[in-house]
Write a protein that binds this ligand. Structure first.
Ligand code: SF4
Ligand code: SF4
Length: 303
């Protein structure tokens, strides 16, 4: 069994399914969405994050790195991320917490112990546990199924937040344990899908149709990105597809925001979302009404 890396375990989450939930963010995803809010969860391996804004310029990091993977040029910190051993020593000497290693292997029991701490909130709010990412369905499935079995045995409500880009056999394996799938649909236009996410939507739609045919409880989540999929045409295409093919319990329209832009800089990644716009409240209401008029009465703005 391969132990996956976890980015974080978020408590009191109210946007990742019903009630109050604890969300486990796994590291690694097979899509590469331009607007991704969690770029630190795209790569399957742990990574060094460096926050230039917080850096106090003490240069302790360069002094203590035994591997010489931090340079100082023109009074600026230059991190050799390719060769960095992720030993964490520089973090201990960083005076302003400007350095962070994101991603850590967690065992099934580590996760269980953490999520159990909040079990009383799940019961009182009809909440539970959400496995998210990154992409949980692209992790080692032996690990994920083992985790799901233990969570289910304890009686927790389980949601899986997925982009759909994973083998169908992975969905077959998790179906018996999952109460709700939070399933992302972004674009029906396959060429645009390839451009903005790095892959076409064939597998994503095939997996969605599969879990729907198996009676899964499905909440469709649509990130609404101004300039990408916020036109009437793009939304109508999604509505028509869902109406014909999928049994949907809830639609969540998630308006784009660009608050993750600074995370890209901390990871030394290029942020390609600059050209997108934030849809207005009026626009979001109009899109919501389009769904309601077509029979999706349980449509909400937000998670
Ligand atoms: S994590 Fe370790 S190897 Fe990487 S820069 Fe810091 S001290 Fe050097
Ligand atoms: S140790 Fe931290 S605060 Fe000091 S120079 Fe390095 S990153 Fe900046």
């Amino acid at each position: 069994m391969k132990i996956p890396n976890v980015v974080s375990i978020q408590k009191y989450s109210i946007h990742d399914g019903d009630g109050i939930r604890t969300t486990v963010f796994f590291k690694g995803c097979l899509l590469n969405c331009w607007w991704c809010h969690n770029p630190e969860s795209q790569n399957f391996k742990p990574e060094l994050m460096y926050n230039k804004e917080k850096c106090a310029g003490c240069f302790n990091c360069a002094k203590v790195c035994e591997h010489n993977h931090v340079d100082i040029e023109n009074n600026m910190v230059i991190n050799d991320r390719v060769n960095c051993k992720l030993c964490g020593k520089c973090l201990d000497y960083c005076v302003n917490n400007a350095r962070e290693i994101v991603g850590k292997q967690c065992s099934v029991m580590d996760i269980i112990k953490e999520v159990e701490k909040d079990s009383m909130f799940y019961e009182s709010s009809y909440g539970g546990i959400t496995l998210s990412g990154g992409e949980v369905m692209a992790q080692d499935m032996e690990f994920i199924v083992s985790l799901l079995k233990k969570l289910k045995r304890k009686g927790y409500n389980i949601a899986i937040d997925t982009c759909g880009q994973a083998f169908q056999k992975n969905y077959e394996k998790v179906l018996p344990y999952v109460d709700t799938f939070l399933y992302d649909i972004k674009l029906m236009d396959n060429e645009k899908h390839k451009k903005y996410m790095g892959k076409g939507n064939e597998l994503i739609l095939k997996n969605l149709e599969y879990i729907s045919s198996q009676g899964a409880n499905i909440y469709i989540r649509i990130p609404v990105i101004g300039g990408v999929n916020d036109s009437d045409k793009e939304i109508e295409d999604i509505i028509n597809y869902l109406k014909e093919n999928i049994s949907v319990s809830q639609i969540n329209l998630l308006p784009y925001h660009d608050i993750a832009a600074s995370k890209y800089e901390r990871l030394n990644m290029k942020y390609k979302g600059k050209e997108f716009t934030v849809p207005s409240k009026e626009r979001m209401e109009k899109l919501k009404n389009m769904f309601i008029q077509k029979g999706f009465s349980n449509t909400k703005i937000g998670g």
